[in-house]
Design a protein around this ligand. Structure first.
Ligand code: CA
Length: 395
């Protein structure tokens, strides 16, 4: 049986927002899995030490290989509360629902017999954050039953592939690398569109810059309300779900402006066809709902700080999951799940209170990539390796 050792709670000082310093209760927990059994030889041991305060936590996790040498390791566990990993170091950590997977990085992937390695993570929680106890190493529970982990990690179903693979979207409703485009005008499954009105903005197939192969979509976005320019997929996405997963690679030139802009626009049946939009405001990524102009996060300084800028001059993997059956929205920039771009059924100050004012879940029916400005904001963007499906799609 796992042993849970709790050290005495202690008070620590934490900076909770940029604006306010808050004293919060920090609880440090150490869990060792498993307890030593009289007649069993465990394959692994995990020490999970967490510091937690109201709404957040960090954890230092040490995994020790008690079996034969491993050429690679994958540690998995399940959170019993609503913890949400937002960043990690010394391991690649992904989370799907309550299931968390940590994979060793290039320099700490090998784990000799008897050796251990440590990694850390940071996250948020709202209602509860109990310490996990069901750790498995390479698919084998650290339960002291004498089973030793296989020497290489198995492929975990549903775990995003950490290796970028443009073609890795089998089964998706929409999956394109734009290599089938033959001219500069989008064709086949894509067409140019300018909802509402169109001025000088352009969108076309480009052969000079690409994430995969030699082709991508290039959008020259222009400031001003009537410069909408998009390329729309002709695929009908109205039956993709119940959670609609989108993965796209985007590269842009100019930092997101202070004014509101959009670069992904999805017609939404729950808004009578008005758009569910991904873009930016106040220099950071933002969701926006056209029908009521609600934003996620809220545009307070604390809310904006929980989002992220979109880095310029390099390809960025942007993924999002839109729950069409319940209030729920998640967004990943690279490996990070962005805390300010997360909505669930529980209102969170500076994040989703405005967003949750509308209770009808969204129902996106199509995907448009381009540029829509409502004030200032010129940008040149490229899109490539775009996929939409009912299951998570890796970068
Ligand atoms: Ca391409």
């Amino acid at each position: 049986m796992p042993t849970l050792l709790a050290r005495c709670p202690r008070w620590v000082r934490r900076t909770w927002t940029a604006a306010t310093a808050t004293l919060a209760l920090a609880v440090s927990l150490l869990v060792a899995v498993p307890a030593s059994g009289a007649d069993s030889t465990p394959g692994c041991r995990v020490d999970y030490a967490a510091d937690q305060w109201t709404g957040g936590y960090t954890a230092q996790i040490r995994v020790t290989n008690l079996g034969p040498a491993l050429s690679g390791w994958r540690l998995t566990w399940t959170y019993g509360g609503d913890q949400l990993v937002t960043s990690a170091w010394n391991a690649t950590v992904t989370q799907t629902g309550r299931s968390v997977t940590a994979v060793g990085t290039a320099w700490n992937a090998a784990l000799p017999s008897g050796a251990g390695t440590a990694f850390g993570l940071q996250g948020t929680w709202r209602s509860a954050a109990p310490t996990p106890t069901d750790f498995s190493l390479n698919g084998v529970p650290c339960a002291g039953d004498g089973t030793v982990p296989p020497t290489t990690p198995p492929t975990a179903p549903g775990t995003p592939d950490p290796t970028p693979s443009p073609a890795d979207c089998g089964g998706a409703a929409l999956c394109t690398d734009f290599e089938d485009q033959t001219g500069t005008s989008p064709s086949g499954g894509w067409r140019f569109t300018a909802p509402d009105c169109h001025g000088t903005g352009t969108a076309a197939v480009d052969t000079a810059v690409a994430h995969s192969g030699t082709r991508s979509l290039r959008v020259d976005g222009r400031a001003g309300y009537c410069n909408h320019a998009f390329v729309a997929a002709t695929a009908d996405l109205s039956s993709v779900g119940p959670v609609l997963h989108v993965r796209l690679w985007v590269r842009h030139t100019t930092a997101l402006p202070s004014a509101h802009v959009t670069f992904v626009s999805m017609p939404d049946a729950s808004q009578g066809g008005r758009a569910l939009r991904v873009g930016g405001q106040n220099g950071a990524l933002q969701w926006n709902r056209e029908s009521d102009d609600a934003t996620l996060p809220a545009q307070s300084p604390a809310g904006v700080a929980l989002s992220r800028p979109l880095p310029t001059g390099s390809w960025q993997c942007l993924r999002f999951a839109v729950d069409t059956s319940a209030p729920g929205l998640d967004t990943w920039l690279g490996a990070e799940q962005v805390p300010g771009l997360h909505a669930d059924g529980i209102p969170t100050q500076d994040v989703d209170q405005q967003w949750l004012a509308r209770t009808t879940p969204p129902r996106p029916t199509a995907l448009r990539l381009g540029w829509e400005s409502y004030g200032t904001g010129d940008d040149t963007l490229w899109f490539d390796d775009v996929a939409v499906g009912s299951a998570p799609i890796g970068c």
